[in-house]
Write a new protein. Structure first.
Length: 260
């Protein structure tokens, strides 16, 4: 049992969509096995199926003048930003396979997202960053102040505005068609967080964003290469599959008999 792993470097969003479509088509025809694409994008804003244009805080003309692309896509979720220093993962897997926690003919999309979160939480821990889920806020978050009844986090039964709120380390938005997943996650590694000022990330106004670079232990400096290796290792551990590296999209999509 394995998952193909292909690291594509930094490529434009439109090119990544084309590659995704090729891999999705091959997976649906059972020409290749389950696959994880890892990459970066130049600055781009994407709007998911539930997105509101009001959550983009600059005009289309401003985006165009600054070389920032805008794409409407079929993933779940609201508005997201992708850019240099952010590790993007596109898992293209058949949910009908043998996956941890599968209780029926296929792994449920929500259960799939929970596994993605788990892999990313473990990746953050590799850099000394403790992270968690937040109910009804898909993604991976810093711990923040846990709600208690002391005077630091609660005042007269209400949250204290001076309490430290959680910050998002990774966004997740997926699409499922014929039981095959696409789109995926974005983990802020060394991302310029100022670029998030252009949007209301995921439509969430009461929590900010952060990166591994800002949160990591001094002894575990995050780089993109280290983040790729940590993510691949944790993805394989959580999904209980061996990760098989591919050198190119041509190698991945080559007929089985011609692969080396």
């Amino acid at each position: 049992m394995f998952i193909h792993l292909l690291s594509l470097g930094r490529i434009p969003y439109a090119e990544a969509l084309t590659i995704q479509r090729r891999v999705i088509a091959a997976r649906k025809q059972d020409l290749i096995g389950d696959t994880l694409l890892l990459l970066e994008h130049p600055p781009v804003i994407t709007l998911g199926r539930n997105a509101s244009r009001a959550n983009i805080l600059v005009s289309n003309d401003w985006l165009a003048s600054h070389g920032v692309e805008l794409h409407e896509v079929n993933r779940g979720g609201d508005v997201t930003y992708h850019g240099p220093g952010q590790l993007i993962g596109y898992p293209i897997v058949d949910l009908r396979g043998e996956w941890p926690g599968k209780r029926g003919p296929h792994l449920g999309p929500v259960d799939f997202v929970r596994l993605l979160e788990e892999a990313l939480i473990r990746t953050c821990a590799d850099f000394g960053v403790m992270a968690k889920r937040i109910p009804k806020c898909t993604g991976v978050w810093t711990l923040g102040d846990e709600p208690t009844r002391d005077d630091k986090t609660v005042t007269n039964g209400a949250p204290n505005p001076s309490a430290i709120r959680e910050k998002k380390l990774a966004a997740i938005g997926v699409h499922v068609s014929q039981a095959v997943t696409s789109h995926g996650f974005a983990l802020n590694v060394t991302t310029d967080l100022g670029d998030f000022d252009w949007i209301v990330p995921c439509g969430i106004r009461d929590r900010g964003v952060t990166s591994l670079k800002l949160e990591a232990d001094a002894s575990r400096e995050p780089t993109m290469a280290r983040a790729i290796h940590a993510t691949a290792r944790n993805f394989g551990w959580v999904f209980q599959r061996q990760m098989l590296w591919c050198d190119s999209i041509e190698q991945l999509l080559a007929p089985p008999g011609s692969r080396i």
